[in-house]
Design a protein around this ligand. Structure first.
Ligand SMILES: Nc1ncnc2c1ncn2[C@@H]1O[C@H](COP(=O)(O)OP(=O)(O)OP(=O)(O)O)[C@@H](O)[C@H]1O
Ligand SMILES: [Mg+2]
Length: 356
């Protein structure tokens, strides 16, 4: 008598295979549509939640591996189809605000702030994100600069973004960062966003709750200058663990950054550390250090913020060129190592969730 694998065994095996994004089993998500068994040959049909699913080959591989591991299975073929809008709505409900949030697991939300414009907030966000990712952390960037987004340009990313089953899918940078910006949602990148405060706040909460960030160790929020709409909305509606405060040596910058320090203190968000950007310039001809913007005010800011100085970054024409070319992930500065060490110390990742 020849024994053969049963449909129940196959469904049991597939009930242990999770959708890698939604962390629910394929059977629970009603993705297993058909199982045909004939003389040790198994043919399964899997309905993807969306047709453009970027993880379809991983799902196919996981299904194949789970069935191949069963006894009496000689051959497995996996047919992929996709759910209809009705099927998706029956499973996840009609699309609604904040639908992605329950599927996201983000350990540390950290805002990069200054109060002052043009001091290098977006650069520091990009440098931190790229260096954390190179260390193996899972990192995202939420561009909260709704009206003047720089993150897409620093990373050379352009929309549009694709919809996923429960929200929008962030774009992936060359270095593997998950990135979402208002710019990706505009039909024309040059189109200005002319919005008042409440809409800015709403846009930020949507970039948080309507985006499939998935599992992240760090989500860095690049704030626009100022201490009002975007900064307030971010700190009041997102679970911000702390702020990295960016400053430059100018006296004016120090004065405005102190305001930002007081604002974060007023809303009860801790300052994790201070980064002084454009601290000095090393002349390539003489190797001499020049303090273009005058003497450092970093100590003053760190005292006001009760936070450590994480780094003093030089003015470097290579940095500016790489930023303009969309290659912020390729910036190499010796100061970055110390910056990351101080950052991870201030916002550590729990061991059991690291590199998952
Ligand atoms: N240390 C540096 N060396 C060279 N260029 C720099 C440095 N820091 C910033 N820049 C350049 O200065 C410009 C402004 O930097 P960035 O966009 O990061 O500032 P920002 O504080 O985010 O500005 P905004 O207030 O508009 O958001 C960028 O074009 C960047 O390339
Ligand atoms: Mg910026």
């Amino acid at each position: 008598m020849t024994t053969t694998v049963s449909q129940k065994q196959i469904l049991d095996a597939l009930s242990k295979v999770n959708d890698p994004e939604l962390h629910r089993s394929l059977t629970d998500l009603k993705m297993v549509r058909d199982v045909v068994i004939h003389a040790g040959k198994v043919e399964v049909t899997i309905a993807l939640t969306v047709s453009n699913c970027p993880l379809k080959s991983q799902i196919e591989e996981d299904v194949r591996a789970a069935i191949t591991a069963l006894p009496e299975v000689k051959q497995v073929s996996v047919k992929l189809i996709s759910m209809t809008d009705q099927e998706r709505a029956a499973l996840f409900g009609e699309p609604k605000e904040g639908a992605a949030a329950p599927y996201n697991h983000i350990q540390n939300v950290v805002a990069v702030m200054s109060g002052k414009g043009g001091v290098g907030k977006s650069l520091v966000t990009g440098l931190l994100a790229a260096a954390l990712s190179k260390k193996g952390y899972r990192v995202g960037i939420l561009d909260a600069d709704i009206t003047g987004p720089s993150i897409p340009m620093l990373l050379g990313l352009h929309g549009p973004v694709e919809p996923g089953p429960v929200g929008l899918r962030p774009l992936q940078s060359r270095g593997g960062l998950k990135v979402m910006s208002m710019n990706f949602l505009l039909t024309n990148e040059d189109q200005p966003v002319i919005w008042r405060g409440p809409l800015i706040g709403k846009a930020i909460t949507q970039l948080w709750g309507d985006v499939m960030w998935g599992d992240l160790d760090y989500l860095l929020v690049d704030l626009p200058p100022g201490t009002s709409d975007a900064a307030l909305s971010t700190m009041q509606s997102l679970p911000v663990k702390g702020v990295v405060m960016v400053t430059t040596p100018q006296g004016l910058s120090a004065m405005i950054v102190r305001k930002a320090v007081h604002m974060t203190q007023a809303v009860g968000v801790p300052i994790l550390g201070v980064v002084e950007n454009m601290a000095y310039f090393i002349c390539p001809d003489t190797g001499k250090q020049h303090f273009i913007f005058g003497p450092s005010h970093a100590t003053e800011i760190t005292l006001a913020a009760s936070a450590p100085l994480m780094a003093q970054l030089p003015i470097d024409p290579n940095v500016a060129a790489l930023c303009d070319a969309g290659h912020v992930e390729d910036v190499k500065l010796t100061e970055i190592e110390g910056l990351i060490e101080a950052f991870v110390k201030a916002a550590p990742v729990q061991a059991e969730r690291q590199h998952g």
